[in-house]
Design a protein around this ligand. Structure first.
Ligand code: DGL
Length: 266
């Protein structure tokens, strides 16, 4: 296949990575995208590093068979393991954590709150990357064990989601009066309205925007952009497709032109 016509791969444990697809479609409308959401195994955020690594590798192997030209790791939990995964792939991997953390450094924020999965928070991957560029930035992190799975099940029950958000953000605010909050799980921007309603004073930072910029920079630098006007979106999942259609509509995505259930063998 002609190099520039190859699709961009995007992976997540579930439906959350569609928030990254939205940003890539905005910045790179000509690109074909193959998205994989591993909903049969979601949530990843309560699993061990070895389990997450093995599950992520299966998605990457599938995308390799689809001849992708690069992959956006649209999952903070998987991105915590980016160094291990990079050694395994013949294409470039763009990490949402690196993109998000580098933005915080450039903004020179004195402090920032962060809500992610328990795994992402336990690795300290955001803190390490932020502190490498700005050792003085206070990062106040809190994991949620439940929010990603509620969203991945398509359970948008307002009061349950609001209660979980309030419980976790109250903990962050009790530690430091931060004004900015990183949504360090790609599922969370899907319920950005709930965050705004519960904590209107907080500025929400969605690292997906920065990750899409990083993907664009990579393709431009390598002369790999697709010259067509409108790309096609393919959604693959190991789970059910209904929640993907619902979220694709909520996020106003173009497409999907193709949706498939794909079961990945261990
Ligand atoms: N969307 C994933 C992330 O950004 C996590 C959801 C999960 O726990 O599987 O971390």
């Amino acid at each position: 296949m002609y190099q520039n016509s190859r699709p961009i791969g995007v992976i997540d444990s579930g439906v959350g990575g569609l928030t990254v697809v939205r940003q890539i479609q905005r910045l790179l409308p000509g690109e074909d995208i193959i998205f994989f959401g591993d909903s049969a195994n979601c949530p990843y955020g309560n699993r061990s590093a070895d389990e997450i690594y093995a599950l992520a590798l299966r998605m990457l192997r599938y995308l390799e068979s689809q001849e992708v030209k690069c992959v956006a790791i649209a999952c903070n939990t998987i991105s915590s393991l980016i160094d291990r995964l990079r050694g395994e792939c013949p294409f470039s991997l763009v990490s949402i954590i690196e993109s998000g953390a580098d933005y915080i450094v450039r903004e020179k924020l004195p402090s920032v709150g962060l809500i992610g999965t328990e795994f992402t928070v336990s690795t300290g991957a955001y803190e390490a990357r932020i502190h490498a560029g700005n050792p003085d930035c206070l990062v106040v992190s809190k994991g949620s064990a439940d929010l990603a799975s509620l969203i991945d099940r398509g359970d948008f029950n307002r009061s349950v989601i609001d209660e979980e958000i309030t419980a976790q953000i109250d903990v962050i605010l009790s530690r430091a009066p931060v004004k900015d909050l990183i949504l360090a799980c790609t599922h969370f921007p899907i319920v950005a309205e709930n965050f705004h309603r519960c904590f209107p004073e907080l500025r929400l930072i969605d690292p997906a925007e920065q990750q899409a910029i990083a993907v664009k920079n990579l393709l431009v630098y390598r002369n790999l952009t697709n010259p067509q006007t409108r790309g096609k979106l393919t959604i693959c999942t190991s789970g059910g497709l209904e929640v993907y259609s619902a979220v694709a509509q909520m996020l106003n995505l173009y497409g999907p032109e193709d949706s498939r259930v794909v079961s990945l063998e261990q």
